[in-house]
Design a binder for this molecule. Structure first.
Ligand code: SF4
Length: 334
């Protein structure tokens, strides 16, 4: 059902007696991805700073308060948002991360993406405060390569592995290992990574991620995603498709492997159900678009936050879209 009181282009659809956010292209918004800090203890060679504009990269001082973060989530949850993922920078840099988790409204899933370095000591308290699960970035099991990719000092990989073990013990599961595939660097380590997760008996899942080569310097590291997908398909005893981004999941020799292929992928964008929030309090309709952000940092009331959420949803547009699909979506808009 269209609600014109809430912004010309935003849509609120009535579904099962609940109002849900739907963007002008018919995509439901059911998740938030919230960056809670720009600070990080690594400098990964492919980092895109969650799509932050380059002029705003790096520590800028201002970070959203737990009250503002929870206020945004509360308003979004009124309109069907059920999943929240916290990211950074490195979210565990926030000493008040547990406070943020503790003030959230009830949700279906609360997760975080972390590099795992600080996880060993925090896994239990994060779980107790309401975190359901974590994604841990781990591109390689080779300590030297790890240091080259991330710029970390020696000994860091061991800390990450201890962090993964603590997360499993604290039941922040399934733990997803995010492995960004880099041609000539770690593309031959997929099987080793599967062997690494097998003893965790389903509590750890491997997530292979296509490199986002937004920077032309990185294009030489881009792997052949289609060939990899074919190979995974041939080896899988089962293939499932997730609603989010239509990501494929393969079950291979008893382990679960998910493939995230964001580049030039119109299927991915057509099933994009997340709205992003930047560390300095801006609603970001798309990872790759930098001129349509909605500043929510100064919002003083739930009503204001609600209006700004509607505005951001009205600005959402699939980034990669085949022409035919765009025309169809444009017709749906009318
Ligand atoms: S529209 Fe596409 S590029 Fe933009 S955030 Fe969604 S999936 Fe990513």
């Amino acid at each position: 059902m269209k609600d014109n009181t809430l912004g010309k282009n935003s849509l609120l659809r009535e579904e099962k007696e609940e109002k849900i956010l739907v963007d002008p292209y018919g995509r439901k918004v059911t998740g938030l991805r919230i960056s809670i800090t720009d600070r990080c203890n690594l400098s990964c060679m492919y980092c895109h700073n969650e799509g932050a504009d380059c002029c705003s990269c790096g520590p800028r001082g201002y970070e959203m308060s737990p009250e503002l973060i929870c206020g945004i989530v509360r308003e979004a949850a009124k309109f069907g948002v059920r999943k929240v993922k916290f990211s950074g920078g490195e979210p565990l840099f926030r000493k008040d991360f547990e406070d943020i988790l503790a003030c959230l409204p009830p949700l279906k899933e609360v997760s975080a993406t972390t590099n795992g370095i600080l996880l060993e000591k925090r896994a239990k308290t994060l779980k107790a405060a309401g975190l359901d699960r974590v994604n841990v970035s781990l591109d390689t099991l080779d300590p030297k390569k790890y240091e080259e990719i991330t710029g970390a000092p020696p000994g860091t990989l061991e800390k990450v592995i201890r962090g993964i073990n603590s997360a499993v013990e604290a039941e922040l599961t399934p733990v997803k290992l995010n492995m960004v595939l880099l041609k000539g660097i770690n593309e031959n380590e997929i099987d080793a990574m599967m062997d690494f997760i097998r003893p965790y008996e389903g509590k750890v899942i491997l997530q292979l991620i296509e490199l986002m080569n937004i920077d032309p310097e990185l294009s030489k590291y881009t792997i052949d995603s289609k060939a990899l997908e074919k190979n995974l398909e041939e080896r899988a005893s089962e293939v499932r498709v997730r609603h989010l981004h239509h990501r494929k999941k393969y079950v291979i020799d008893g382990v679960e492997v998910e493939f995230v292929r964001p580049m030039d992928n119109s299927e991915f964008c057509a099933h994009c159900s997340r709205l992003r929030v930047t560390a300095d309090g801006k609603l970001k309709p798309c990872l790759l678009v930098h001129d349509n952000l909605v500043d929510v940092g100064e919002a003083r009331s739930p009503e204001e936050i609600e209006k700004l959420l509607m505005l951001a949803v009205s600005r959402r547009k699939p980034y990669y879209t085949p022409t035919a699909k765009i025309e169809k979506l444009e017709r749906m808009k009318k």
